[in-house]
Design a protein around this ligand. Structure first.
Ligand code: NAD
Ligand code: UD1
Length: 306
């Protein structure tokens, strides 16, 4: 059994990964500053879980967390694209310096395997509404996307220079239980489902025709385990279903499940917001065993507790 460092492990995706690692018998160290994550997402009474409340931007704390670990899932970041537009300097500390600190600590401790949570945001609008493959020219439109792309490139430098084994996943839009809806920066499905259940008004930024490729978190975790323990895949891999869902379609699905929708208002589109985002997943299918897809409606049902 291995000891895995999960940065950002108290957050949405990270805490599901922690559960899966513990269930498989591994030991886990979580490093999280609780800026978005919560202690209540973690089984703190499990003796194989070590929790460090700390910051990936602090090299000494990363160094301490790395001690005794065999592999790393580096998920800590400010996940909101809009937050990076509003405060690039602060988000850069978490989203880029954090990655560099993880690479350096791995080099010093001789740890090789690192799973990295990159993002479809690095393609900007270059997909032009078509399925985006990994070789599509990169066009990061926001500080968030710039930091994700730079992190990928640093990981590649450490692969070539120091023998790190990065498994880079470019997530499209992940959704499911524990995605925190409490901030305006949160993922759109978490916000829309909570507001629909509470009967509070919903704001759509732009015309609602923008599309995303939504991927259920439970399906993602099966891939992340392969990234941590499977064959090395040197190239970055998109994680999406090659399915475009517009916000209007999403609202219709939520309305059907909730027996109607609260008032929906349209506000101006967000700066740097991507219009259409849909994954070409040929590479994913070539290198990973794909789980059976949890359809959007089923994922929404689970999220809504139906
Ligand atoms: P999340 O906000 O729930 O998780 C991120 C976690 O990192 C939180 O627990 C937060 O407290 C922690 N964190 C943030 N800054 C930190 C810092 N400086 N030091 C230590 N901990 C810090 O978001 P998530 O959706 O679970 O995202 C996980 C990762 O996946 C992020 O890297 C995100 O950019 C990436 N990602 C997410 C999506 C998505 O659709 N959710 C898509 C693409 C990429
Ligand atoms: C999301 C992730 C980001 C990831 C990217 C990959 C979050 C918070 N963001 O960004 O980490 O890298 O996918 O594809 O998990 N919207 C509304 N009303 C709202 C909230 C959002 O209309 O109340 C709109 C946004 O303007 C956007 C769409 O919904 O057009 C999706 O927004 P969001 O869930 O924040 O995701 P992305 O920006 O795609």
């Amino acid at each position: 059994m291995a000891e895995i460092l999960v940065t950002g492990g108290a957050g949405f995706i990270g805490s599901h990964l922690v559960d899966a690692l513990l269930a498989a018998g591994h030991g886990v160290c979580v490093l999280d500053n609780l800026s978005m994550g919560k202690r209540s997402n973690l089984p703190l009474d499990n003796p194989r879980l070590r929790f460090i409340e700390g910051d990936v931007a602090d090299a000494a704390q990363v160094e301490q967390a790395m001690a005794g670990c065999d592999a790393v899932a580096h998920l800590a970041a400010v996940a909101s694209v809009q937050a990076s537009v509003d405060d690039p300097a602060a988000t850069h500390q978490s989203n880029f310096i954090g990655t560099l600190n993880v690479c350096e600590a791995m080099r010093r401790h001789g740890v090789r395997r690192v799973l990295y949570a990159s993002s479809a945001a690095i393609y900007g609008n270059n997909g032009e509404g078509l399925a985006i493959d990994e070789d599509t020219p990169k066009a990061p439109l926001t500080p968030y996307a710039v930091d994700k792309l730079a992190s990928e490139q640093y990981l590649d430098f450490y692969r070539r220079q120091h023998g790190l084994e990065p498994a880079v996943f470019r997530f499209f839009n992940i959704f499911g239980p524990r995605q925190d809806p409490s901030s305006p920066y949160s993922g759109v499905i978490s916000i829309f489902t909570q507001r629909a259940q509470q009967g509070q008004p919903i704001s759509v930024f732009g015309d609602g025709e923008q599309t995303r490729d939504f991927f259920y978190v439970g399906d993602l975790i099966e891939l992340l385990l392969q990234g941590l323990f499977g064959e090395v895949v040197e190239q970055p891999v998109n994680v999406g279903w090659n399915q475009a869902v517009s916000l209007k379609q999403l609202l219709a699905e939520i309305g059907a499940l909730c027996g109607g929708l609260p008032p929906v208002t349209h506000l101006p589109a967000r700066a740097g917001d991507i219009r259409h985002s849909r994954a070409d997943n040929v590479r994913l299918r070539a290198h990973y065993r794909l789980p059976q897809q949890t359809p959007l409606r089923e994922g929404l049902r689970q999220l809504l507790g139906l």
